[in-house]
Design a protein around this ligand. Structure first.
Ligand SMILES: Cc1cc2nc3c(=O)[nH]c(=O)nc-3n(C[C@H](O)[C@H](O)[C@H](O)COP(=O)(O)OP(=O)(O)OC[C@H]3O[C@@H](n4cnc5c(N)ncnc54)[C@H](O)[C@@H]3O)c2cc1C
Length: 395
């Protein structure tokens, strides 16, 4: 590759990679940020893009615009050559590094269930969120032609599944009668294999979520394990077949390791407590990809990104690295337009106060003032006028 590139390379401009970049910016250390896409994506609000409550650009921010001292390179890394200290890029280029922070995140996991890859919809990238939205609008137009209701299936009762099911129920409740008066009221069914929703939260909050979703009209089915997905249906492990115009897969993720990196069964890369790849102290692994066993959440990625960059700065000064300490500030999940559940400092909170907290945290964490403003305005508009945003199908 032409030109001299910085010898500190951050691979991935998501939560972890960007947090590392910001530490290096402040320390005035030159670095290269490499990503297969040119934007940072705020995944926690993707479900709102999928359901038309937010526009795509509001949750994405161009990476180049975020860098001051760093350089950006658009490219997909195909392999890490640990011995040669090089990244091998799609198209044949090789990029040398002296220090590397790997933050390539995670990929949706199909858990080995047949038919998921072919027939279910995922929610991990901006493209996938827009695809859900278009498929939803197409399915509604089809339902309108035939005058029959729309049945939507959401698989996975974790935060993403709960948020998606709540937003879809509101979409059907508020958009359907206005734009599609000829379509009879549809159903949203949330399928969870375990005995309760939001298993990472305390049981009372899972029960609250179940009740709140039921009020929005969502049918919650617990102990419903999906064994196969086909075009327009899912089969449960007991043999029951459920019809679904769309099947949305929100079951979980696995690490996104690159060829050349060691990975465990969940696709996560083992590191020492200082976030360094075992045997390769010049390589740090952070976020969803890190195999230390922390939850795959944005705050973990942010804190690990910062921590790895600080350890990298220590290495540049020939100081010993420090073991990572996670400051758990709790977790949040939203249900519809004004309710949420929150678990903070050992306390469980539900309802409107949790929703206000959720809204505040998400606005604060969004990257870029423009995006905060866009999200705020979109929310204010849809909440006041009960009307989701763009409902245009592409040509
Ligand atoms: C729908 C959804 C909702 C979520 N909601 C929440 C929530 O409410 N709260 C919460 O805390 N967490 C939530 N999360 C999880 C959170 O988004 C992740 O934990 C976080 O994004 C992990 O950060 P990361 O830096 O490890 O990876 P990411 O943020 O995913 O970034 C990975 C980056 O690496 C790049 N990349 C990947 N492979 C390559 C390659 N081969 N070459 C070059 N670049 C590459 C990608 O383009 C991407 O920019 C949600 C996730 C999803 C999918």
């Amino acid at each position: 590759m032409g030109g001299a590139w910085p010898e500190v390379v951050i691979l991935g401009g998501g939560f972890g990679g960007l947090a590392a970049a910001r530490v290096l910016e402040r320390a005035r250390v030159p670095y290269l940020l490499l990503d297969a896409r040119n934007h940072h994506l705020f995944q926690p609000l993707l479900y709102q893009v999928a359901t038309g409550f937010l526009e795509g650009p509001a949750v994405a921010y161009p990476l180049r615009a975020l860098l001051r001292r760093g350089r950006f390179l658009l490219g997909r890394v195909e392999r890490v050559d640990l011995e040669g200290k090089r990244l091998l890029l799609e198209g044949g280029d090789a990029l040398p590094y002296r220090f590397l922070v790997v933050a390539t995140g995670s990929l949706p996991s199909d858990l080995g269930v047949p038919g998921v890859r072919e027939h279910a919809l995922f929610l991990k990238t901006l493209g996938q969120a827009l695809r859900v939205r278009y498929r939803l609008l197409e399915a509604l137009e089809k339902a309108a032609r035939r005058g029959r209701p729309l049945d939507l299936l959401v698989v996975g009762g974790g935060p993403t599944g709960v948020e998606l099911a709540g937003a879809l129920a509101e979409f059907l409740r508020y958009t359907l009668p206005r734009d599609f008066p000829e379509v009879p009221a549809g159903t949203v069914t949330l399928l969870e294999a375990g005995p309760r929703l939001l298993s990472a939260f305390r049981p009372a909050l899972g029960r609250y979520a179940e009740g709140a979703l039921a009020q929005l009209g969502v049918r919650v089915r617990l102990g419903a394990q999906v064994a196969e997905v086909g075009e327009g249906w899912v089969r449960l492990s007991g043999g029951e077949r459920l019809k679904g115009d769309l099947v949305l897969w929100a079951v979980g993720v696995r690490g996104n390791p690159l060829p050349g990196l060691p990975a465990d069964a969940r696709g996560r890369v083992p590191t020492d407590p200082c976030l360094r790849l075992v045997g390769y102290p010049e390589v740090y692994v952070v976020g969803d990809l890190n195999g230390l066993g922390f939850p795959q959440l944005a705050p973990v990625a942010l804190q690990q990104g910062r921590w790895a960059a600080r350890n990298l700065l220590r290495a540049l000064r020939e100081q010993d690295p420090l073991p990572f300490r996670y400051r758990d500030r709790g977790q949040l999940a939203v249900i519809g337009r004004n309710r949420a559940v929150a678990e903070l400092w050992g306390l469980g909170v539900a309802g409107l106060p949790a929703w206000l907290l959720w809204a505040f945290v998400h606005l604060r964490e969004l990257v870029g003032f423009r995006n905060r403003l866009l999200v705020f305005l979109d929310w204010a508009y849809t909440y006041l006028f009960r009307e989701p945003g763009v409902r245009i199908l592409p040509d």
